[in-house]
Design a binder for this molecule. Structure first.
Ligand code: 5AD
Length: 358
């Protein structure tokens, strides 16, 4: 089958075989990309209209015990100036965000042992009590099941944990000994079982990544059915072992985004900061390829530049307010409207949609 036929098949069956995925990633051309994007956009517009959900992200600590080879805040980067926001700082970010209309707060940080289960749960509980109409999303890495359960009990309902790659050997090339794909999968499974809306995802074009790996990632997502998927190009950071590796391609990232939208029509897929960093119009292109979320930064200006996962990260010189304004304008430029509200994962319209398209 030709690639376009495979994309049609994906739209109907919501699955492809490993070899079919592999064919697409090995042989796609500009026409196939345009077709995937068009198909994905149609699905997204059909489901969500030209509406983009806003999530406010608070990067509350850049201390991390892990040493992932790609990441600028890895433990081994002695150039990185470390910071932690305290409870009051975090609540202040949420108050600012709330005033701007945000109803979802994403608390993201490195794997920072200072934030014990008790400490972080106190913060989550305060946010969910002060803002009962808001959703709290956590993105703080690999933790015990108990810890995840405690976060859920404190009121968090969503969790982002990219799997980075489904392939064990590739995973081992991106992470030091001591981190493993088995552990990552255990976490994702626990999160789903506890009841979190769960996000996985990859960096497109990460070092040593092959078409085979991306095919495996698509197979994994088919089975795991994440409610959210984070996808961005790999971008090297100068103080990491991958400093000389090439950045991932924007077009391949858009292809993966579009195919993910076709595979998972209801998923919440952010147009990521990495995409906006790789290319000035990257975030708009992401939306036009099927993304339905953007995540402006609510962190205090003073700490922005310290949360540098990769070189050149956009938005680090802008106040929360200016960042929000920029994103709003970017979305309006392409005819999309930014909407506030919780924007939970919702697939209750699936049957209507299937009726229309099958
Ligand atoms: N380039 C792009 N994305 C990166 N991340 C970490 N480092 C980089 C980089 N150099 C992504 C990872 C991680 C998320 C928080 O940021 O996929 O899961």
């Amino acid at each position: 089958m030709r690639n376009k036929e495979l994309i049609e098949k994906l739209k109907i069956e919501r699955a492809l075989s490993h070899d079919e995925w592999l064919q697409i990633f090995d042989t796609w051309d500009a026409d196939d990309l345009a077709f995937a994007i068009e198909t994905a956009r149609e699905i997204a517009v059909d489901r969500f209209g030209k509406k983009i959900y806003f999530r406010g992200i608070v990067e509350f600590t850049n201390v991390c015990k892990n040493d992932c080879y790609y990441c600028g805040i890895r433990a081994g980067n002695s150039e990185c100036q470390r910071y932690r926001l305290d409870e009051e700082d975090i609540l202040k970010c949420c108050a600012d965000g709330y005033a701007h209309g945000f109803r979802t707060f994403v608390l993201q940080g490195g794997e920072d042992p200072y934030y014990t289960k008790d400490r972080i749960c106190v913060i989550v509980r305060r946010i969910t009590e002060e803002y009962p109409d808001c959703a709290v999303t956590m993105s703080i890495g690999e933790l015990d099941r108990d810890f995840y359960q405690a976060l859920y009990d404190a009121g968090a309902r969503r969790y982002l944990l990219r799997h980075e790659t489904r392939d064990a050997a590739h995973y081992a090339l991106l992470h030091p000994a001591g981190m493993s794909i088995e552990s990552r999968m255990r976490c994702l499974k626990d999160l789903k079982e506890i009841g979190f809306q769960t996000g996985c995802g990859i960096m497109v074009g990460s070092p040593h990544q092959t078409s085979e790996h991306i095919a495996e990632d698509m197979m994994f997502m088919t089975e795991f059915k994440p409610e959210m998927v984070g996808l961005g190009p790999f971008i090297p950071h100068r103080d990491t072992p991958f400093r000389d590796e090439p950045a991932g391609s924007v077009d391949l990232t858009l292809l993966v985004i579009a195919l993910t939208r076709i595979l998972l029509p209801d998923a919440l897929i952010p147009s990521t900061t990495a995409l906006g960093t790789a290319e000035a119009e990257g975030r708009q292109k992401g939306v036009l390829a099927g993304c339905n979320v953007v995540m402006p930064n609510l962190s205090p200006l003073e700490v922005r530049k310290k949360y540098m996962l990769y070189d050149g990260k956009v938005g680090t010189d802008m106040s929360a307010e200016a960042g929000i304004r920029t994103l709003r304008v970017q979305m309006e430029e392409i005819g999309y409207e930014v909407i506030v509200g919780r924007g939970d994962f919702n697939d209750k319209n699936s049957s209507i949609w299937e009726g229309r398209h099958r």
